[in-house]
Design a protein around this ligand. Structure first.
Ligand SMILES: [Fe+2]
Length: 132
């Protein structure tokens, strides 16, 4: 499992979705020898979008001042993901290489995003809840 305790932001609903994201990335590599990769890529893409939209809803509800910048990062990532997915589907010679690159990009991006942006939101969320 690529998820570890240091990635916990302390908002259980979001932490659970983060864990599931990493689990799906794991499955992606497990499936690389079979032809379930396309299916997993699709599922992961859809799960990422759902997760981002849940997070963004929470940002708006909590009146997070950085909601817009954070939303833009999500949108950019989805764009990059769709592009990589297309590359995987169209390239028949280097599939494994493309898959490994997708895997690394997703894991690196997620880890960094959780550690910096999601933790920033969690700190804001907790302090604004304490004031209530
Ligand atoms: Fe996020």
């Amino acid at each position: 499992m690529l998820w570890n305790k240091s990635l916990e932001i302390g908002i259980p609903a979001i932490d659970d979705q983060h864990k599931e994201l990493f689990r799906q990335v794991d499955i992606l590599l497990d499936n690389s020898k079979q032809d379930r990769v396309s299916q997993t890529l699709k599922f992961l893409g859809a799960y990422v979008k759902k997760h981002f939209s849940d997070e963004q809803m929470l940002h708006i509800k909590a009146k997070y001042p950085k909601a817009e910048t954070h939303r833009k990062m999500h949108t950019d990532f989805v764009g990059a993901y769709v592009k990589m997915e297309k590359e995987y589907e169209s390239d028949s010679a280097n599939k494994l290489q493309v898959l490994l690159r997708i895997n690394k990009t997703v894991v690196d991006w997620l880890k960094h995003h959780i550690m910096v942006q999601d933790k920033d939101f969690a700190a804001y969320y907790k302090s604004s809840n304490e004031k209530k």
